[in-house]
Design a binder for this molecule. Sequence first.
Ligand code: NAD
Length: 292
Amino acid sequence: MKILDGKQTSNDIKDELAEKVLQLKQAGKRPPHLAAVLVGNDGASLTYVGSKVRSCEKIGFDSTLIRLEETISEDELLDQIDKLNNDETLDGFIVQLPLPKHIDEEKVLMAVDPEKDVDGFHPANFGKMALDMEAFIPATPFGIMELLRRYKLDISGKHAVVIGRSHIVGRPMSILLSQKGNPGNATVTLTHSRTQNLAKITRSADVVVSALGVPNFLKADMVKDGAIIIDVGITRVPDENHPKGYVITGDVDYEAVKEKSSYITPVPGGVGPMTIAMLLQNTYLAYSRKHL
Ligand code: NAD
């Protein structure tokens, strides 16, 4: 078993981006600029946005965090997005999900200028991705593809099973794994909460991408020997013995499954850091489209 080290790989990507920023600055140009909009005070969202902003600072990107009250109206949020769309000093921005219940998430995502949609959630980007056109690819599946690429894992013709059909992970993941290219060319099964005999399906998988958000869901008897296991799950499981009062737990029963797998991503230190690195990569792409 080998670990797919997302922390190390994301650091490599960040170092590469930091080098590019240095060159831009030496040439007298401004660095790429990412903004993050955070509505309300959700603990997990605060953590995610905080690490995105810190990562920008670390590699020399400009970053702006826009914090808005939980009670903000949908119209006010849409006004804010309009401002960001028209801000020439900004290359890309994200609206951290989930949004409060009174705000229509779909309306908000549709309001983001596709040219600045570095999360790749706008239908224009999603559609382009599905049609193999250049697009901003959602950072989590993009990060998984990049991890497979950098570890030179050949999945061509292999059976890849994705668990979960969310718009931000499972669905785009299934598209990317099946696309022509390397990595890609996999035969993909997209499974979800209504799937019957899931264990039978995962047992036939050469690659499993688990993105359902149920701690330790994928057990050793659900995977075949030598499979590549990608764990997207991030769940805070209460733990009194931990200073934070919880531990971050993946979807995969790691200790047991790692013995059967050929490659596996740990949680934390696997897909999570790759997601942030690819958001930065998308921001650099947005910048370079306009300025390079
Ligand atoms: P979601 O919560 O929107 O949807 C979960 C999906 O799992 C659904 O499509 C559902 O059909 C499927 N599902 C639920 N129970 C199932 C079952 N018993 N069998 C098969 N499928 C089942 O999903 P999401 O937003 O993609 O998040 C999934 C997990 O990934 C969460 O833990 C989330 O925190 C994590 N996540 C991690 C990152 C990262 O950077 N590592 C990024 C995004 C999400």
